[in-house]
Design a protein around this ligand. Structure first.
Ligand code: HEM
Length: 268
């Protein structure tokens, strides 16, 4: 099993961590039929996975055309909102951020692998409001992130990654409650297969005409056993686990997993 991303090897704290990548790397693929998965979720949980504010249609249309150009084929909207049609083409969740007044706000999103939030909860929120639960975001990161949104050039693609530990392999995870409640039932001897690294690989790209920023989120989930398979990888994970910043630990409730993780990393 190959781990595509191992962001804990770089950081176990809140940080911006953006780097430019080639435009051709916009989407990583790896999902055989995203439309089928997303259609099913839209039918079952419409307000959790989709939301838009009406003024976002021009930016949605621009994004759909940009994706069609990138993939070299037309994408029919077939009466759907353009962002929804675009999202059915890719494994990633797609969010549109637009500057309304002084603030960058979330104006449309297709969110089928949200990590503990839903589309209806976050639609319309500014960067500050989105990140209110993240300790220190407003004081340490907000101004820098806003500057990045203001200055992003259309020919630049930025990537960042974050990670967490979870007890479910499900991409669709609107609420951490059920998976956290199930932790006491996990057999410690099977911890390496019952716990999963949940990585979000995110990108930022400016749409040149409307000026909106496209924020993509691709979630990759691997069992801890995939990390444990390589002793050096496991040693790097163990270091991240032991040195994670207290705010980061508290936000992600990593303490809930300490006893189980120690079964995997003790002695490393
Ligand atoms: C450069 C841009 C951004 C940076 C540096 C950033 C950074 C972060 C960080 C550090 C966290 C804490 C969770 C973690 O590390 O796993 C977080 C959470 C989050 N971010 Fe961002 N973010 C950015 C853009 C966005 C955008 C555009 C959205 C819009 C959808 C967004 C929505 C969220 C949400 C909903 C959470 C979870 C907050 C909660 O716990 O309720 N972020 N972000």
């Amino acid at each position: 099993m190959s781990l595509r991303h191992a962001p804990w090897e770089e950081a176990a704290e809140f940080r911006i961590g953006l780097r430019p990548i080639p435009i051709s790397d916009w989407f990583e693929g790896g999902d055989a039929d995203p439309a089928k998965r997303k259609d099913g979720l839209l039918a079952a949980h419409p307000t959790a996975v989709w939301s838009e504010i009406p003024g976002s249609r021009p930016a949605q249309t621009e994004l759909l055309a940009m994706l069609a150009g990138a993939f070299g084929h037309d994408i029919a909207a077939d009466g759907q909102p353009p962002l929804l049609a675009a999202a059915r083409e890719v494994a990633d969740d797609l969010c549109l951020m637009e500057k309304l007044g002084d603030a960058w706000r979330l104006t449309a999103l297709s969110l089928c692998a949200g990590s503990f939030f839903t589309a209806s909860e976050v639609i319309g929120r500014s960067l500050a409001e989105l990140h209110r639960p993240v300790t220190g975001f407003e004081a340490r990161l907000l101004t820098r992130v806003e500057r990045i949104f203001n200055n992003l050039r259309p020919d630049t693609l930025l990537e960042r990654r974050n990670w967490s530990l979870v007890s479910s392999p499900d991409l669709y995870a609107p609420d951490p409650g059920p998976m956290r409640a199930a932790i006491p039932d996990i057999d410690p001897d099977s911890a390496a297969n019952a716990l999963f690294a949940r990585v979000e690989r995110q990108t930022l790209r400016r749409l040149p005409q409307t000026g909106a920023v496209v924020f993509t989120i691709r979630v990759w989930i691997d069992p801890l056993s995939a990390i444990a398979a390589d002793p050096e990888r496991l040693a790097r994970f163990a270091r991240a686990w032991r040195t994670a910043h207290p705010d980061f630990r508290a936000y992600k409730q990593l303490n809930l997993y300490d006893a189980l993780v120690s079964r995997v990393i003790d002695g490393v």
